[in-house]
Design a binder for this molecule. Structure first.
Ligand code: ATP
Length: 241
């Protein structure tokens, strides 16, 4: 049995009396890439924010690294990349990274070294001193990813990290996620891109705020006798392919 680093128990979240997350129970394995797959409006962002401890639930609990969320002790052990970039546009990429690295307690040589490592990883070294206001949308996504990684978090929560990123860099980001998970990082990534879903070690399929399936991509295909994750999703969603 794989150890789990995040436990979600009977989690329900409502907005204006509308149920957005409906009694979600999930055990997210440690040191694996878990994908949250679902159509627009399924509740992926709402769920990832709950895991990050950014919002309260109406019912149920979340434990991250054995601590009940929200927990201030855990927040610095999480790297969170939101769907919309939270960057300081009037600062350079370096200064943005420097600011967030300091918030996470990095100092001196180690801080500088990590800034250069993560900026290289997202292929922005040449634009490090450029103001973020002059960045394209894809460059901003890459910088947001670098910020989420700068303090080497044990838990990495990525909300649609590769939107607007070209296929070559997307590949290298996925290779890096694979390396990080091999090194022990627990990663959750939301996506509605099916070929990215196949790269995840575990996939949680979310529809109308409910988990309709949770397994490895291979098992999901096997169990539904389908040839693609998209077909498997339709099967679990009640639309027989
Ligand atoms: N703060 C809020 N107030 C009211 N409704 C909200 C709020 N946040 C999200 N919702 C609603 O909750 C539902 C789920 O939204 P959420 O952003 O979690 O979906 P998603 O699966 O991440 O979609 P997408 O792939 O488009 O990002 C939507 O109907 C959305 O309008």
């Amino acid at each position: 049995m794989t150890e789990s680093c995040i436990q979600i128990e009977q989690l329900t979240k409502k907005f204006n009396k509308k149920t957005i997350l409906n009694e979600i129970t999930l055990d997210i394995p440690c040191a694996k890439i878990t994908g949250l797959l679902g159509p627009s409006g399924a509740g992926k962002t709402t769920l990832i924010k709950q895991i990050a401890g950014m919002d309260t639930s109406d019912q149920g609990h979340i434990y991250v690294l054995s601590k009940k969320m929200p927990s201030l002790d855990i927040i610095h052990r999480i790297g969170y990349m939101a769907q919309s970039d939270a960057l300081y546009n009037e600062l350079s990429a370096y200064d943005n990274l420097d600011f967030f690295a300091q918030l996470y307690g990095l100092k001196g040589k180690i801080k500088k070294q990590r800034i250069y490592e993560v900026i290289e990883l997202v292929d922005l070294t040449a634009d490090l001193r450029k103001k973020v206001s002059k960045y394209s949308g894809g460059m901003k996504r890459r910088l947001s990813l670098a910020i989420a990684l700068v303090h080497q978090p044990e838990i990495l929560l990525l909300d649609e990290p590769t939107v607007g990123i070209d296929p070559v860099l997307r590949q290298s980001i996925w290779s890096e996620l694979e390396i990080l998970s091999n090194q022990g990082t627990t990663i959750i990534v939301t996506t509605h891109v099916m070929d990215e879903a196949e790269k995840c070690h575990q996939l949680a399929m979310l529809r109308n705020g409910r988990i309709i399936a949770f397994d490895t991509p291979n098992k999901l295909l096997e169990n539904t006798e389908t040839k693609s994750i998209e077909e498997a999703f339709l099967y679990y969603g009640g639309v027989k392919a």
